[in-house]
Ligand binder design. Sequence first.
Ligand code: ARG
Length: 282
Amino acid sequence: MLTGKAMGFWGLLSVVLLVQDAAGSVVPQARSSIVGGKDAPEGSWPWIAYLIITEDKGTFSCGGSILTEEWVLTAAHCVDPNNNPIPDLSYVRLGIHSLNKPSVFRRPISRIVSHPQYKKQRSELLHDIALVKLSIKVSFSSLVEPMSLPKPSDAFGPKSECWIAGWGNVGNDVELSGNRTLQELRLPIVKRRTCKEKFPGFTDNMMCAGSLDGGKDSCQGDSGGPLVCRSSGEFVQAGIVSFGHSKGCGVEGFPGVYTRVVRYLDFIQETITSDTQASAEA
Ligand code: ARG
């Protein structure tokens, strides 16, 4: 898996990251990841999914979140109809912590439903949301749980406690390595007015989050994964990792952009219920 070059890089970095603690002894620092995150404790993200998508052009990975025993929410650009994703050759892993270890479930995808108005427009993605259906239902446990959706009245702002997680790049063009353990990062929601100034095509269906000082961001491979925020005690899914500044991840002054899930509650509900009715009639 690791190329010689990547090994050399991390070897070097782990030397650099040996720092002295207060007592004066040398302790290794957790490697910084997502961009600026750390290893998530095992079982702390039971709703996260890892998607392997195969298209005509090749195979790549994305994040997602579990909504029901057979539906996973992700970004439409992960399963872009224009790139001809092949459901039979694509699959979802659930109940995973380190990518190098077995997951609780691995399911082929049987259906992909992208938002009908999903579109790439210049450097922005509109209606970047999709649902994928698993070929066989899964059962829930402490390691595999459904994610709660926000209430229509939920509003998330700079004071909300929000987190992202994923197995994406830990820096521009730097892949997650080692055991490839899920990375998590707490990050602030950025004021909508600021987001509009940063991204000219920013719409009411988007939200943005991250550090304006740079260094705290989602990155390539995290797409489709959940941005979760606390709403009256419980974590709900506020956003979906969508896109960022064209210069890369964790760029100073540029937060990441997320699909604003609360605007798509009807799309999600209708997709899932119409499918259930169709299968009941079949
Ligand atoms: N589009 C990327 C993906 O496909 C996610 C980019 C998020 N970028 C950012 N700077 N927040 O994985």
